[in-house]
Design a protein around this ligand. Structure first.
Ligand SMILES: O=c1ccn([C@@H]2O[C@H](COP(=O)(O)O)[C@@H](O)[C@H]2O)c(=O)[nH]1
Length: 230
């Protein structure tokens, strides 16, 4: 069976736990995601550990955000590890995004538009007042023009972003919660089925899978529900 278009966020406190989660979910999902918690503790070794024997695609979610020269150096350094996807913050601007794209030619650079943990009230407080859609679409266009081939946004903005940028750009959505699951610190959320129906290419799902007593079964259940929904 084809693995579901899900990136499981391996936000684990230690490498053993992350590797165990990765081994349990990889029969069911296309991708595992390494974020700041694991990478800052273990560095480059973490990639091989979670890739394991399965050779699953690894998404390195470091959300780089600095001046272009510094981001180019960081993207070059981690590009050598050949992650399939690397994130940068779209708010770093077009020169910074372009620098990352050029420095890591074998990795898909995904620009994070507006964090899914931000509500519209939060956006007003950081000077981005207005519907989240507006800021997300603005940052999406800027990122694609700078060379990003993937974008991160909430499932609620997928339709608007797709309408703005057309096909050919990978849309990645965190803020995904199965019906009835706690939203926790995520503010702009939708179900996996809704995110896929609206046109997301890759769904990032962490705690609804990894907090389960059986992460493998939780991933399999979401994958099966996605298959039923298409
Ligand atoms: O806007 C963003 C960008 C990245 N993330 C990351 O996705 C996962 C979500 O985990 P859950 O446990 O499913 O909430 C996490 O690693 C974030 O760093 C995001 O949530 N929003």
């Amino acid at each position: 069976m084809t693995p579901a278009p899900i990136a499981v966020a391996l936000d684990a406190p230690d490498l053993e736990t992350a590797a165990r989660w990765a081994a349990l979910v990889t029969p069911h999902v296309s991708t595992v995601k390494v974020g700041l918690e694991l990478y800052l503790r273990y560095g480059p070794d973490v990639i091989a550990s979670v890739r394991g024997a399965s050779g699953v695609q690894v998404f390195l979610d470091l959300k780089l955000h600095d001046i272009p020269n510094t981001v180019a150096g960081a993207a070059r350094a981690v590009g050598r590890l050949r992650p399939a996807i690397l994130t940068v913050h779209a708010a770093g601007g077009p020169a910074m995004i372009q620098a990352a794209v050029e420095a890591a030619p074998h990795t898909m650079i995904a620009a994070v538009t507006v964090l899914t943990s931000l509500s519209e009230d939060d956006l007003g407080r950081i000077g981005l007042a207005g519907p989240a859609d507006d800021a997300v679409r603005r940052l999406a266009v800027l990122s694609v023009e700078a060379g990003a081939t993937a974008l991160v946004c909430s499932p609620n903005e997928v339709r608007a972003v797709r309408a703005e940028i057309g096909t050919g750009i990978t849309l990645i959505t965190p803020g995904v919660r199965p019906t009835g699951a706690a939203t926790q610190d995520q503010m702009r959320v939708a179900t996996p089925e809704q995110a896929l129906a609206d046109g997301a290419d890759l769904l990032v799902i962490g705690r609804p899978i990894t907090d389960s007593p059986d992460p493998g079964a939780a991933a399999a259940a979401i994958a099966a529900s996605l298959r039923r929904s298409v």
